[in-house]
Structure formats: C-alpha cells, structure tokens
Unconditional design. Structure first.
Lengths: 152, 786
C-alpha cells in the first residue's frame, strides 16, 4: 500500500492505495465520486475522462499513485453553486446526451478542449473529440453543444 | 364567458430533457455505482476455446485464495437451476432448442462461454482468483462461419443436432414461380450482413441483494427489460416471482444488447441466495465482446422478378442466419422480424421467403438495433439498384415506379401498412440533397476521370415496429404479449405521478411522456413525475425494445389520461351541479358552457382525494391504469440519401452528405426524435463502413476490444440533414409511430448504394460491408473497366 495525497475538486484527499489501483477506481470507490465511469479496458472510449492539473486524461489509464500531489477535477466538481458549467448547460440545451454514460467524459474532454482551442471549427471539434466515444447521439448534437459552449 | 387561459402546450415542442440534470452532474445511479452492506464480487471464468469438452474443473486453488468466499464450476451449480436460460421465440414447431445453462457444465461452445464462477471480497480479488481456476479442456474443432457450419462434415455445435440446423421458417404468398417464369427481367443478388457488436457504452452490470429472512431478492441490472427479467429469472432460478424485484436504474444504452436474460443475472441471483450476501458483477469491455449478444451475421440471397420497365412482380429471399452457440431470448426470431418486409415499400404480388437458422461456435446473436429489418431493407434496397442497372433506369425512377401509394396497403407478405407517404419523403429528400446537381457533378467527375468519384445512394424504406398485437405475436410463436401499460395518479396537491411500463435507457421517456400528460391534463411539464424501471413501483409493463415505447407505452399513457379526464368530468359535473354534457374540457379545466363556472383536473383530484362529496358509487382517488395492446404494427418509412466521395487510388470512402426524411407519424418532441435518427444513422454508417466482428480459424474473436472493432468517432461522421414528412398512424389516437430503429434500418443501404454508385464506371456492382478502403480498392481493381 502507498500513501497518496490528491486535491480532488478543490479538496485535499489523502489515502492508502494499492500500487495497482487505477485512478478511476480510486475516485469511484475510494472517494465515492462515481460520476466518473468506466466504459472499456483499453483507454478507447474516454468515458472516464477527468482533468489532471487542468488537462483531460483518461483516468482508467493512470494509476492513482501517479496522481499523487496533483489536482484532479471530476464531473462533480464542474458546476458551481448549483449552476451548471457552460459546457454542461450547452449539452443540455442542444441535446448532446441521450443515455448519459459517455457524458461525464465527453463534458470533461470538452472543457479541456475549449481551454486549448477557445474557438474551434466543427471539423476541429470532431477531431479533438476522437478519443471519446458515444453510441447514442451520432455526435451531431455534441458537436453543436461544443460550438455553443465556445461562444457562450 | 368561459375563462380562456393562456397555457403553453408541449406536444410537438423541443422541450429540453428533464433527464439531463442528473446525468450532466454525475448524480447517476448506474448499477456500478450501487453497493450494499456486505457486498461481495463475482467474476466469471470463461472458456478460451470456441469448442472444448470440459474434462474437469478444479476450483480448490481459487477457493483458497485471499478474500475468496466461494468458487463453483458449472457442474457444481447445476442443481441451482429450475430451468435453463430462456428462448422466448421458438419460431417453428420443430425448432431445435439446446440446453443453455448459466455455466456450461460439460462442454464450452464458444470462446467466452462461462465455465466457472468465483466470489470474493473485492473486484480485484475476484479477478485474481478467477485466474486460479484450473479447467482441463479437451479442445475440439470449431466452426464460426454460417456457411461452413452447414457444409458436409462441419463440426457440430450440439451433437444432437446434425448439420447444425436450428430451424427453417418460410412464408409464401402468390404464384411466385409463375411470376418469375413470366418475368422479362430478373436480378439475383447475394449479400453478407457481417456480425456486429452492439457496444452500449455502459457495460452490463448486476447487483443481487438478498433478504435471507424472507427469501426475497432484489436484482439491480443494466437491462432494457426489468419486467421480462422478473418473470424469466423466476423460472430460471425458482425464486417465486412475487419475491423477486428487478430494478433497472440508470441504464447506459442498450440497442438490443440489454434486451436479454443473461447468465450473469441468473448467477448473481443464485449465488446471493446460496451465500446470503449481496453479489455484484460488472462486465469488462473485453468480456462484453464475448458474453453480450452480437447482431446480424446473415447471408442473404434476394431475387426480383420484374417486367421490362422494372415493375416488380415477385420477390424471393433465402437466408442463412447464424444463431451462435445457443438461443438467447429472441435469437431465432430476429430474421423473422425482417421476413415480412423484404419487398420494401413496393407493390409486389408474389413473395417467397425462407430462412434457415444455423448454430455456430460463436457468441449468440440476438436483437441489435433494427433486428432483422436493417437486413431486409439492405437487401431490397441494394437489389432495387441492381434492378435499376438491369433495366437502365435511374434509382429514383425505379423506386417511383414501384412505390405503394394507397393506404392502408396489404403488402405481399400479408401484413397491412396503415399509413405512409413514400413519394412525399423521396421528393423532399431529393430536394434537400439537390439530386440533379449531384448527378451533373458526378457526370463531370466521371468524364474527367477524377481520382475522387462521387456516389449517390438511396434507401426508401418502410419498416414494422412496435412489436406488436399480442395475437399476432402468438401466431409468430413468440411466447409473450405485445401490450404495455401506464398509470396516471393525480396527487391531491396538483402534481401528477406517471408510472410507465417501458424502461428507457437514453430515449427520453421522462420528458416525452411528461409532454403528453401535461397537455392532456393541463399541468406544467415539470409538475409531471415519471417513474419507471422498478418492478416494485412499476409492476406492469413489457419494457423497451423494437421502437415500441411511444407507439405502445405512450399510447397506453394517452388512454390512461383519457380515463382520468372521464372520471374528473363526472366529478366536476357533480361538484358544479350540472350535467356532464354541459361541460367543456380544455387545458385541464371543465367549464360549464356559457358560464365562468369551472373546475380543473387538479381541483377534481383534491375532491377525489378527500372523498367528501363524491357521486354515489364513485371510488375515491383520481388515478387510472391502462393496458394497451396495439391493433397493428407501427409502420415508419421514409427516404434516406447518402452522398460519398470515393478515393479511387486508396479506396477510402468520404461521407459528404447524408439526408434523412422520415415519416414517424406525429412527433411529440422533435429534438428527441432528431436525436434518435442521428444515433441510428450513425450506427448504420458504422455497419456500412467500419464495424465487423471477426473470428479466426480457431474460433477466437480477433476483434476483441475497442482497439480492433471500430466504432465510429465524431471524426468519422458528418452533420446529418434530418427532416420529416408526417403520415400519422390511424391506429392510435395520437397518430404516433416508432422511431428508435429507423436510422439503422434505412442507412446501411443508402451508404453502400452510394459507394457502388461511385464506382459503377469501374464495373463495380457490389462491395461487402464494411466498405473499408482495402475492400473498396480491391473492388475497383477487380471491376475491370477503365
């Protein structure tokens, strides 16, 4: 077991973890933050995307110990004072989600995307979201939501 | 004067979804988010061989491992089962139905077949211990290809079923042989529907929570069908149905893959009963690829008989359909769901259909979005283009020549299409896409020998969904009914609780159904609470699949609101001391004609609750349940047009435009309907261009993860242009039809027709799905022209 300290959604969290424990399971089962979900074993689907020091990472590809001393933001940490983050709001208004399982990862990936590319074209959005799979929406309204969030 | 209240109406409006707030903020209840006191984890040991005799299973090392509570072989658990896993659609009287136990006791029949199970304190320890189970296999020859499986001397999936045959189902109407012999033109085509992996992004998961003192068990499952599970799992486990509660909490997509009764659901229940502890299992993606049903895997032959102009007189179809190793819930019935519509949207007299179901050493096939109807539509729509080539007509012209134009229309297979507007949909789609301009651009690209060739593909479809009048299902040998139910409860403080029998997993029922109730009862959409997916609170229902939720469950809800209005009217007349005929009902309020005296449904609900002044004999309370059995299938239709550019040097297919014009009857929420079309078309494009499950000669799934099985990402898809024509269904009071599967049903043919059209100067008349660059490039090389 190894002792780690991670700042998650602004709060410092300390814990003993198995060295093999993935960050996503530490968040879900260690901290009870189960908004972040697991969709595949191969870092393909992106459902588990969170922000690590502000940048999107797939939390199933990272060990919890690798996040030691760093800052993690999850879907639970996005809305402030009960008000949806502009990306969340845009997904709602443009029907960018159906079953909602890919949504936490898709939203976190979008937050990161817009930080790096504040005014992306539709084509850029499609390529920048390549690492997040959705089986419900055909991405059409996700792309629309990302464009809307960029201009919000 | 009656009071005219300004009230917003909701039906037809793109009301933003009530479901979203939780899903967007991580306040979700996926099964994997749930836990219970004393919960332990299950892991399933799966056969690495496609076909092997199980000589012995030694679970002792696993049982001794850290944190392990128990470990069992299939033979150990054989006595747990009151029945095997069910097949609810034995589609012929002589169908061969093999035993299907939750764990294989003596023989593994596909790579991934469960052979042992381990229960341990944590997810990781269960997985560790599963690796310690020692299974002594005697590997046997396997056959994974459906045509190879019916060849002489093929390895048998079940020794007792020679030639791997499961059933032969046929349907004949009209003088087909005569029509073919008299035909001026015939075309015969052969297509392959590759095997697909559904890939709901949420893997399956179960949590079985027992109450040992009462014998009751609650099963939380990532399922589309909590009600069907309750009945069937009671039969499998012997747990009395009344003691079994099934909860489908938040469910992350299904597409048919969660329309099943799975081994892990039965195992979790049996182990919870046996060990007296909550049992949890969460599927890994690689496990999902092996142990959750696959779709399609059919070899199709279709023949059209036509006159010299291209007017079709008869259609003949022969299918070889892979069942996989066992029959899951509706495996044999999937081809039958397409069997009635291989004549498409066309006026045909003769019809001859035959399907052979065949066992192979593969994951069982079953319902995948569209289930039988994408296959049928692909075959007829590809064959229509072949016929157009044969008689020298444009694909638009050949379709117009053959469309059914008058409704209701009895089609060749004997069913009745209630309504449609095939010409209208095609006109609109052609206008949107700019068909004539595209044909000129195509001609000039061809003339100048452009490396990038343009292709335009049509798919003008009709489909049958809603599944279906119960009497018809009986005739089809499906063992359950086709009804659904809804309950409306007007609460004394003015809000309305709605309990539905459908079980949404992304479709937006909470919002759509709230819109229906809000308009019918004159309440705000946010004052309607929709409850679903728990057999304890919503005991009556048939769940969600086959595009049935609105067309059956939504109509049940409409009728339940009608009962509410009827009772409230009696109550209002009594309260206002007038005759019922003197009341007008509008926007949730009964007004005495010619006066300003009125009573709202909400006020009636309060009177009904106090019971202080009810008409003689009236029961207190304002609530109603309706169970609706539809009189016909639901018949959506429309026209899809795909435009592609094919790089003739690399074989790469680039989507340029995609236009979808659908008739899905009356639309309750256009935003939700558009979303259904987008998602369905995306999956159809996936089949047409990217997706394919492959086995090697040993029977191993070589596309065993998302790295090797290509699900389209945003980068592979384009913005779809979606519009509608409306031919409301006359068979229900709202005029609604199903929409969930139209996208997969229509799209594969449109895409492949476009690819073939682009390459017609090269003599290409067929490209197998998925039309990957290598396959397209080879087709160009082998085409011969230029």
């Amino acid at each position: 077991m190894k002792r780690i300290a991670i700042t998650v959604n602004g709060a410092r969290r300390e814990a003993e973890v198995e060295p093999r424990e993935l960050l996503v399971y530490f968040l879900r089962e260690g901290l009870g933050l189960n908004g972040t979900v697991v969709g595949c074993d191969t870092s393909s689907c992106g459902a588990c995307t969170v922000l690590l020091d502000g940048e999107s990472v797939k939390s199933c590809t990272l060990l919890a110990v690798q996040a030691d001393g760093r800052e993690v933001t999850t879907i639970e940490g996005l809305a402030e004072n009960g008000r949806l983050h502009p990306v969340q709001q845009a997904f709602h208004e443009h029907h960018g989600l159906q079953c909602g399982y890919c949504t936490p990862g898709m939203v976190m990936a979008t937050v990161s995307l817009l930080q790096e590319h504040p005014d992306p074209s539709e084509d850029e959005i499609r390529h920048l979201l390549e690492g997040n799979l959705c089986r419900c929406t055909g991405y059409q309204n996700i792309v629309k939501a990302v464009r809307a969030a960029a201009t919000a | 004067m009656a009071v005219t209240e300004e009230r917003k109406t909701y039906v037809g409006e793109p009301v933003a979804r009530k479901e979203d707030a939780r899903l967007l903020t991580g306040q979700t209840r996926w099964v994997d988010n749930l836990s219970a006191q004393g919960m332990v984890w299950m892991a399933v040991v799966r056969s690495p061989f496609a076909h092997a005799r199980i000589r012995s299973v030694d679970v002792s090392a696993a049982g001794d491992a850290e944190g392990v509570i128990a470990a069992f072989s299939g033979a150990d658990l054989r006595e747990e089962w009151a029945a095997g896993l069910p097949c609810a659609w034995p589609c012929t009287t002589d169908i061969r139905t093999p035993d299907h136990w939750p764990l294989a006791p003596d023989k593994a029949r596909f790579a991934g077949d469960g052979v042992a199970v381990v229960v341990a304190e944590t997810r990781a320890l269960a997985k560790d211990a599963a690796a310690l189970v020692d299974v002594d296999y005697d590997p046997l020859d396997a056959v994974t290809d459906v045509e190879a499986a019916v060849a002489e001397g093929a390895p048998l999936v079940h020794d007792e079923f020679p030639d791997n045959g499961c059933y032969t189902w046929s349907l004949q109407a009209g003088e087909v042989d005569r029509l073919f012999s008299e035909a001026a033109v015939t075309v015969k085509e052969r297509y392959r529907q590759q095997r697909l992996i559904p890939n709901a992004i949420e893997p399956r998961a179960v949590l079985a929570e027992p109450t040992p003192a009462t014998g009751g068990i609650t099963l939380y499952s990532a399922t589309q069908i909590p009600h069907i599970l309750r009945t069937t799992l009671s039969m499998v486990t012997g747990i009395p149905e009344a003691k079994l509660r099934i909860v489908a909490p938040d469910v992350g997509g299904g597409f048919g893959s969660k329309l099943n009764v799975y081994a892990e659901e039965a195992l979790a229940l049996a182990l919870a009963r046996r060990l007296g502890r909550p049992i949890k299992w969460v599927e890994e993606r690689s496990e999902n690829y092996l142990a959750t049903i696959h779709g399609r895997d059919v070899v199709q032959e279709i023949e059209l008989a036509a006159d010299a102009e291209g007017r079709i007189s008869a259609v003949r179809v022969r299918l070889l359909a892979a069942m996989g190793a066992y029959l899951q819930l509706v495996t044999p019935g999937i081809p039958i769901l397409g069997a009635y519509i291989y004549s498409g949207a066309y006026d045909v007299q003769g019809y001859d259909f035959e399907c052979r179901g065949v066992f192979t050493h593969t994951t069982p096939t079953d319902a995948y979005r569209g289930a039988g109807r994408p296959e049928a539509t692909y075959a007829i729509e590809r064959a229509m283009d072949a016929l157009a080539r044969e008689v020298g007509k444009d694909p638009v012209e050949i379709r117009r020549l053959n469309f059914i134009t008058e409704f209701p229309a009895t089609i060749a297979s004997g069913l009745e299409i209630d309504s449609g507007d095939f010409h209208g949909a095609l006109d609109k789609a052609l206008g949107m896409v700019g068909y004539d301009e595209l044909r000129s651009e195509q001609a000039s690209r061809r003339d100048r020998g452009d490396r990038m060739q343009l292709g335009v593909g049509l798919s003008t479809y009709v489909e049958m969904c809603g599944l279906a009048p119960s009497r018809v299902l009986r005739a089809l040998k499906y063992v359950a009914g086709g009804w659904d139910a809804a309950e409306v409860r007007c609460l004394p403080t003015g809000t309305v609780q709605v309990i539905i029998g459908t079980s949404p997993h992304g479709q937006g029922h909470v919002t759509t159904f709230s819109q229906i109730v809000a308009d019918r009862l004159g309440v705000d959409v946010d004052d309607v609470e929709v409850v679903h997916g728990d057999t304890m609170v919503a005991p009556l229902g048939m769940d969600t699949y086959g595009s049935r939720s609105l067309a059956v469950g939504g109509v049940a809800l409409w009728h339940a609101t009608e009962k509410i209005v009827t009772k409230a009217r009696t109550l209002a007349a009594h309260e206002l001391e007038v005759a019922e005929e003197d009341l007008e009902y509008e926007n949730g309020r009964f007004t005495v004609r010619g006066t300003d005296r009125s009573l709202s449904v909400a006020e009636a609900a309060l009177h009904a609750w106090t019971g202080h002044n009810l008409p003689d004999g009236m029961e207190p309370g304002l609530e109603a349940t309706h169970v609706y059995d539809p009189p016909n299938f639901s018949w959506p239709g429309g026209a899809h047009i795909c435009v592609v550019e094919v790089d003739t040097e690399t074989g790469a297919v680039h989507l340029r435009r995609y236009v979808a014009v659908d008739d899905v009857g009356t639309v309750i929420n256009p935003m939700v309907v558009d979303g259904q079309v987008h998602g369905g078309v995306a999956q159809g494009i996936g089949q047409a261009l990217f997706e394919e499950a492959l086995y090697d000669e040993g029977g191993n799934l070589t596309t065993g993860s998302m790295l090797s099985y290509i699900i389209p990402s945003a980068a592979e898809l384009i913005d779809l242009e979606v519009d509608r024509v409306e031919a409301p269904s006359p068979t229900n009071p709202m005029g609604v039809k199903g929409v969930g599967e139209t996208g997969t049903i229509a799209s594969t043919a449109a895409v492949v027709n476009a690819v073939v059209d682009a390459l017609s100067p090269y003599g290409v008349t067929d490209v197998d799905m998925p039309a990957k660059p290598e396959r397209v490039w080879r087709a160009i090389q082998e085409g011969g022209a230029r």
